[in-house]
Design a protein. Structure first.
Length: 417
């Protein structure tokens, strides 16, 4: 049985929209809904009466132009049937494919079927290349063919949108990974006999950067400057601030600043860049003399490094008494220098609190600095050095915690001899 397509109607106030909602139109319990765009007033397009898969009649609306189509294109429309044939009284009128492109722009998330004459197969296939999900010939508009075409077009559009969203998500993830990887530091130690190793694990899921940061550079006078820090929190804002502080530290170090003057300047950077006044950052810097035998250490609320020498049975936790406050806490803070005698052979382990605040077992006991020193001492006794030592340390701390650590972890190791 064929039924004439109803003429244009005014959309109820609740239906009138300029553009459809930005989501995929999909069949609901109300059944399928088809919008027909037919611009030939002399022609009455008859469509077969159709039922969807649930047995409900397919609802049909019609529009004589794009203005009416925009008004009738409500959320419950699942498919658009566009007649590409020019009006019978003006066979040269307009470019039907231009009309199709306008419809695709008007309804980017709706399935579109192109309708044309069987003698115009080339235009039909071109319509699919332009963006329609399928095409139909007027002479084949029976219930079975049209019902199948509508369901196929709707599902294909949904699949196309899902695939595009997946591809865009993957591209964004790859771009973010390349960006974050590019923000991780590359040590500048040309001309130094020190060996460098580092490990970094952000606490937030599927990220490469957290609020922890580190860097190591050698200035023209031969001094090796090492730094490690931690912005409170470990979200994307803290990661961005950590990168800013690291880059500022490197620039200031090459400009000749060090110690208290450098930390005071970094504090001003933090105060200007942080999201609110509650944000602070801990920091530890070590300036190693050109001969490698001594160093100056500055602490800003940060855990003290671990010093390993061959004449000591256990690693030595460096003193904390001469430390200053974290950056961003006290406007007029000062950070005194602590002189270190390193010797001819040594290893210096710098780390953030994510390494020492993991739990031991199911209880509330934390590993702590002393526990970390014992752990490192035991692994050194097993002959682990350099990157293997860092890998083993981070793995054991995670195992002791009973799973992944929730805080960012950064570890930096410098070796001499």
């Amino acid at each position: 049985m064929s039924v004439p397509v109803p003429g244009p109607r005014a959309a109820p106030p609740g239906e009138a929209r300029t553009l459809p909602q930005p989501r995929t139109a999909a069949p609901s319990d109300g059944g399928l809904s088809l919008l027909v765009i037919e611009d030939d007033p002399a022609d009455v397009l008859s469509l077969p009466e159709m039922l969807d898969v649930s047995g409900k009649p397919v609802r049909i609306r019609t529009a004589r132009n794009l203005t009416e189509a925009a008004r009738l294109l409500t959320d419950d429309v699942h498919c658009i049937l566009l007649d590409l044939a020019p009006p019978s009284d003006c066979p040269e009128a307009g470019d039907a494919l231009d009309t199709l492109r306008q419809v695709l722009r008007l309804a980017p998330r709706h399935a579109v079927l192109a309708l044309t004459a069987e003698t115009d197969a080339e235009r039909a296939t071109e319509a699919v290349r332009v963006g329609a999900q399928d095409y139909l010939f007027r002479d084949e508009l029976d219930e079975r063919v049209l019902s199948r075409a509508i369901r196929y077009a709707v599902e294909r559009k949904r699949a196309d949108i899902a695939q595009r969203q997946l591809s865009e998500s993957r591209l964004r993830a790859q771009e973010n990974a390349r960006l974050e990887r590019g923000l991780l530091p590359t040590p500048l130690l040309d001309g130094s006999d020190l060996r460098f190793a580092a490990r970094y694990r952000p606490g937030r899921s599927r990220a490469l950067l957290g609020g922890d940061f580190y860097d190591t550079v050698r200035t023209p006078d031969g001094t090796v400057h090492a730094m490690i820090g931690d912005v409170c929190g470990h979200g994307p804002d803290e990661a961005a601030l950590g990168v800013e502080l690291r880059i500022a530290w490197r620039a200031l170090t090459f400009a000749g600043l060090s110690g208290d003057e450098l930390l005071s300047t970094l504090q001003r950077v933090l105060e200007h860049e942080r999201a609110n006044e509650e944000i602070f950052a801990t920091l530890c810097t070590v300036d190693i003399a050109p001969d490698g035998g001594s160093a100056g250490m500055f602490l800003a609320g940060h855990p003290t490094p671990l010093l390993v020498r061959p004449d000591q049975r256990l690693p030595l936790l460096l003193p904390y008494e001469d430390g200053g406050p974290a950056l961003g806490l006290l406007p007029e803070a000062r950070w005194p220098r602590h002189d270190l005698e390193l010797g001819s052979e040594w290893s210096l382990l710098m780390y953030t609190d994510g390494l020492i605040e993991g739990r031991i077992g199911a209880g509330t006991q934390r590993l702590g600095q002393e526990g970390m020193a014992e752990l490192i001492g035991r692994q050194l006794g097993e002959g682990l050095r350099g990157e293997k030592l860092l890998d083993a340390a981070v793995t054991e701390v995670r195992d002791l915690n009973g799973g992944e650590l929730t805080d960012d972890v950064a570890v930096l190791l410098l070796d001499r001899g």
